[in-house]
Design a protein around this ligand. Structure first.
Ligand code: ADP
Length: 375
């Protein structure tokens, strides 16, 4: 049975210059376990160490310290070709002088597989990818989407235990990206192989990953399934990174009045004051009199009070972006502005006073010092 699990332990990468002097630590002692057959996405802003991590799994980058295991084998010292992996890159990395057939067959030919096996495998895979009628063409005669499919096909025919993807869709136009996204997800469902997929695009991460590993500055910020990341971000970074438009984060204090707790936003005019009840009150208790960050996603504001967890706030419209079925409405608050994503076809105007209902069940609180979620 193929064991395509990947285990990363205390992995560090410090780049060095020509003389071996350390220049930059791109990966800072990260640990991550990926199950056999899992689709794991590494996501984070540019420069956070995603590709470096993937390239160390592939064997294309030397590890500074730590271990990487594929199945039960530590692969630290193994050549890329002996690791049971296949990699798909952003720039496709096809051989321009070879036909599509030969591009796909090359790895198998190197491995000295029999001709019939190669032709059978390339035939089946190219058919599944809709490339079977263009096997004699060269890469220059293909569109970007077709080239990326050849790169996928070349990986598939090798039957790797683990597929590694490095921003494979970045060079495609928006429509083709969405299409290839679902192709790769289907492929994962069919093959059941482990896939590790690097992207800076949180929508790609959310739509494709069984689990997502959010990285920042060479560290792992949170690893969870897409809904858990959305519902329970563990820190300010994940809260701000997942979701679009991004979560509203307001600075303020917890105030105790009589026996009740309130979040009171910093600033004078338009500063929000909101009751903290139930779950929020027990989390905020230890912060009475102290600073706190209050987070709410734009979609958790609406124009109607649905139940008791909805509390009205009144403000002024700064600008509104009508999008047909919904509007993004920017509201003025004490220290800045606040985005509400409001369903319906109502047209909002700048300067107009407006009351929106905030769903306190969906609010997040963060410690401004540690940046961690307060639960
Ligand atoms: P990501 O894939 O998240 O965009 P990378 O893993 O490519 O990030 O790079 C992480 C950090 O390491 C970046 O700041 C990058 O500039 C740095 N880096 C990458 N390659 C080298 C190198 N050869 N020497 C020094 N620093 C490097």
């Amino acid at each position: 049975m193929s064991d395509g699990s990947v285990s990363i332990k205390q992995l560090v990468k410090t780049y060095v210059d020509d003389r071996g002097r350390p220049t930059f630590t791109a990966v800072k002692k990260i640990s991550l376990n990926i199950a056999d057959g899992e689709f794991m996405v590494l996501v984070g802003p540019s420069g956070c160490g995603k590709s470096t991590t993937l390239r160390m799994v592939a064997g294309l980058e030397k590890i500074t310290s730590g271990t990487i295991s594929i199945g039960s084998r530590v692969v630290n010292e193994l050549e890329p070709k002996d690791r049971g992996i296949a990699m798909v890159f952003q720039n496709y990395a096809l051989y321009p002088h070879m036909t599509i057939f030969n591009n796909m067959a090359f790895g198998l030919q190197l491995a000295k597989k029999e001709k019939e096996i190669i032709s059978d495998s390339v035939g089946r895979t190219s058919k599944a990818l809709g490339l079977d009628h263009m096997l004699e063409r060269k890469p220059h005669a293909l569109s970007g989407g077709q080239r990326q499919r050849v790169a996928l096909g070349r990986a598939i025919v090798r039957s790797p235990k683990v597929f590694l993807f490095d921003e494979p869709l970045s060079n495609l136009d928006a429509k083709m990206r969405v299409h290839m996204r679902s192709e790769i997800s289907k492929l994962h469902a069919q093959l059941g192989s482990t896939m590790i997929y690097v992207t800076h695009d949180q929508v790609e991460a959310m739509t494709m990953g069984d689990r997502i590993c959010v990285m920042c500055d060479g560290n792992i910020m949170q690893v969870a399934d897409p809904l858990t990341l959305y519902r329970q971000p563990e820190n300010l970074f994940v809260a701000g990174f997942i979701g679009s438009p991004t979560m509203n984060l307001l600075k303020g204090k917890v105030q105790k009045r009589d026996d009740a707790l309130y979040f009171v936003e910093n600033g004078e005019a338009n500063a929000l004051s909101l009751p903290l009840q139930g779950r929020l009150a027990s989390s905020a208790k230890q912060y009475a009199g102290k600073e706190i960050i209050f987070g709410v996603r734009p979609e958790h504001l609406s124009d109607e009070a649905k139940d008791q967890s909805h509390v009205p706030i009144t403000s002024t419209v700064e600008i509104a972006e009508p999008m047909g079925s919904e509007s993004l409405v920017y509201l003025k608050t004490g220290t800045g502005s606040f985005i509400a994503r409001i369903h319906g076809e109502h047209l909002y105007h700048s300067g107009e006073p407006v009351t929106v209902q905030i769903n306190l069940d969906k609010v997040h609180l963060f410690d401004p010092q540690t940046e961690k979620a307060i639960r």
